[in-house]
Design a protein around this ligand. Structure first.
Ligand code: AHR
Length: 505
């Protein structure tokens, strides 16, 4: 049986836990917005047409910042279409997802939905097929208090208070050939720099995200980041990273090690950003907004493209049903994001409802939690204070994709009251007995120990079996003389919370 020993030293602080790490993403895509979070005829809908059962699940998920309205969608979007009297809003074709957009939900409605869920808005502007002026207009509409044409229009449209959006994305995946208006790094870097500079003339405190690569496998990865930042370094604050993983060719071992690639991705982007910064003799650091990450059955989506030959509203697209193994990978990726909290200060699980999402809905019917909901919600609830870098002694296993990989991975957080330890066991067959030396953190008792695992790693939650997979109390967890011991089942994700004050015995 694999064993692992983990040392946690309170001096090994990586950085504070950033609440924005637990962001998510709502795109006008498939049934994410329409028939997802918005369904006026649903029994739980409020007066704006938002499903309150979905609101309750979003709050339980613990997502913080929400990126909106795309994604690929944003590159064909005219924001003006989606404000003002609903009956006057035009229907448009969305080329990105080959569907019809009714514009019945726009910025003002979405801002009201965000209030219901206590979330922060992260807004994307269309730099792909529009220009600097529409971006500035949107900024004026969204953030200016009043007394100008567009801020008064917002007030007239029923939003008297400015939306005060702090984080803005300068387009989306501009390196991708699938992106409407895709560009070379040189072209995009120049446009992003000019757009960012103009937006900061309006408000120097905006936090602007420039597009990085759409994935580490894209041939231009690395060069793209360098070139884009050479143009835009002085004007932007974040570079985006996007990464999706799936099990391919039945290689579960490699899939379970997906966090290794995410780790490499982050290190490479940080190194590239710092390289440009050093060349510019800049004291400024560019942080990372990992604003799309998840498991996505992309191969199946690409192979099914042929079915999108009609123009319909809110078609069922990208409605992946997640397994226990997927949940373990999602939990592990979140651990990797936390381990990089010194530079990854914002992240968005892509996406939130129905579309590669932790929350699923049925029109007129229920809303339920996918397997991936649990590691996200539990980590968001328990991680607080500072992230501690663990020293992990563990066996390795061989993967086709990444070579030898640690069987057990972990990260911990600590604040004045609580220590939280997050663990995965990637072994396909064997449980792992793990000890965690917490003496440096002064933990006094276990308050919670939960695991996501199942004898069937392909088990899922569906409309007919909504709670087939839920976290279970891991009663093997014990604390003795400041050392936690726990048994992790094969292919599992676990979290243990402990009181961190020594006097609380
Ligand atoms: O999240 C789904 C899509 O993935 C987004 O629209 C796009 O940015 C990415 O390719």
């Amino acid at each position: 049986m694999p064993r692992a020993h983990i040392e946690l030293d309170k001096r090994a602080v990586i950085a504070p836990v950033h609440r924005r790490t637990f962001g998510s993403f709502v795109e006008h895509l498939g049934r994410c917005v329409y028939d997802g979070l918005y369904e006026p005829g649903h029994p739980s809908a409020n007066k704006d047409g938002f499903r309150m059962d979905v609101v309750a699940l979003v709050k339980e998920l613990g997502s913080t910042t929400i990126r909106y309205p795309g994604g690929n969608f944003v590159s064909g979007f005219r924001w003006e279409d989606s404000v003002g009297p609903r009956e006057k809003r035009p229907v448009r074709r969305d080329l990105a997802w080959h569907s019809l957009e009714s514009n019945q939900v726009g910025l003002d409605e979405f801002a009201r939905w965000l209030k219901l869920t206590d979330s922060e808005l992260m807004l994307a502007v269309n730099v792909a097929t529009r220009g600097i002026l529409p971006a500035l207009d949107l900024l004026e509409y969204a953030n200016h208090p009043g007394g100008t044409a567009l801020s008064d229009l917002r007030i007239a449209n029923g939003s008297p208070e400015p939306h005060n959006v702090r984080m803005w994305c300068l387009g989306n995946e501009m390196d991708g050939s699938w992106q409407t208006g895709f560009m070379t790094a040189d072209d995009y870097g120049k446009i992003a720099a000019r757009t960012a500079a103009a937006m900061k003339m309006a408000d120097k405190d905006l936090e602007l995200v420039v597009c990085g690569s759409s994935g580490s496998a894209i041939p231009t990865f690395g060069d793209w980041e360098r070139t884009v930042l050479e143009h835009s370094y002085d004007y932007v604050d974040y570079m985006s990273c996007h990464a999706y993983y799936q099990e391919l060719d039945g290689d579960l071992g490699s899939f379970l090690a997906s966090a290794i690639d995410m780790d490499y991705f982050i290190d490479t982007v940080v190194a590239t950003a710092d390289h440009v910064g050093y060349k510019k003799r800049s004291s400024k650091k560019i942080n990372i907004s990992f604003d799309e990450w998840n498991v996505w059955y992309l191969k199946e989506h690409q192979e099914s493209q042929k079915t999108y030959d009609e123009w319909t509203y809110a078609p069922r697209q990208l409605e992946d049903v997640y397994t226990v193994a997927d949940a373990v990978v999602v939990g592990n990726m979140l651990m990797t994001l936390l381990k990089h909290s010194d530079r990854v200060t914002s992240a968005s699980l892509a996406q939130l409802v129905n579309v590669i999402a932790p929350i699923m809905t049925e029109p007129g019917g229920p809303a339920w939690r996918q397997t991936t909901f649990y590691p996200f919600s539990i980590t968001s609830r328990l991680a607080s204070g500072e992230v501690i870098r663990p020293v992990i002694q563990t066996a390795k296993y061989e993967t086709a994709k990444y070579g030898p990989v640690s069987v057990v991975d972990s990260v911990a957080t600590v604040d004045d009251d609580q220590v939280a330890v997050f663990l995965v066991n990637r072994d396909l067959d064997e449980p792992a007995d793990v000890t965690v030396d917490l003496r440096s953190l002064g933990s006094s008792r276990i308050t919670e120990a939960v695991t996501v695992s199942d004898a069937d790693v392909r088990a899922t939650n569906t409309i007919t079996h909504q709670t087939r997979v839920t976290p279970w109390l891991n009663t093997s967890a014990a604390l003795c003389d400041g050392v936690l011991s726990i048994r992790l089942p094969p292919v599992s994700w676990s979290a243990v919370a402990l009181r961190s004050r020594g006097d609380d015995l």
